[in-house]
Structures are given as C-alpha cells and as structure tokens.
Design a protein. Sequence first.
Length: 115
Amino acid sequence: MTDDREDILRRDGIIIGIAGTSLLNGMHFSAWFDPAYILMKQFAPGFFITSPLLVFYFTSLFLSALTLAFGGIPAAIYERSKGEASSSTTSMWIWFGAIVLLTIPTLLQMTARPA
C-alpha cells in the first residue's frame, strides 16, 4: 500500500513538471511564439476569432498543447515497444525529458534577455 502511494506521488510530481514546462514553452517570450502567432493570425478569422488579444491567448494555448503532444511521442514509442498497458514512471520521465528538449530554445532565450 505504501509503495503505491509513493509511486502515485512521484507520478504527480512528474506530471506537474510536464505541465509546467509545457506552459513555459507556450509563453509570449518563447522562441516559438512569434512564428506561431504569425500563422495563428492567418487562420484565426476562419475560426471567427477577430480580437488580437484572443489570437495572442490561443497562440499560447496552441504552443503549450503542441509541446505536450510532441513531447509525448517518444514516451508513447517507449510504451509501445515495452508492451505496457499504462504509463510507467520511466515513460513519464521520457515524456518530461522530451518536453525539456523542446523547451531548451525558450530557456536560452529567456536567460539571454536583458533586464
């Protein structure tokens, strides 16, 4: 029973890291934000989004979700190759590592900004 609780707590911490890093990559200072914003401005009227502020918010949400999805691909490949039915702690660490790799340009740009 105690082992299950420790495993659940460990997974919850990894999930918080995955979500936080994914959200960080969707922020306005992200290295990917400007190209995504330009594309989003072109496609937003097709979805009846005319407010520039909403385009800004949806770009951030889109980048975060895209980071989350692309980061999950290596973890899904690992789970498929192992034949696992559900996510293990190892696959979640792989997911977190892939998201960190996708977020490296944002972290570098964040540290290079003048104060």
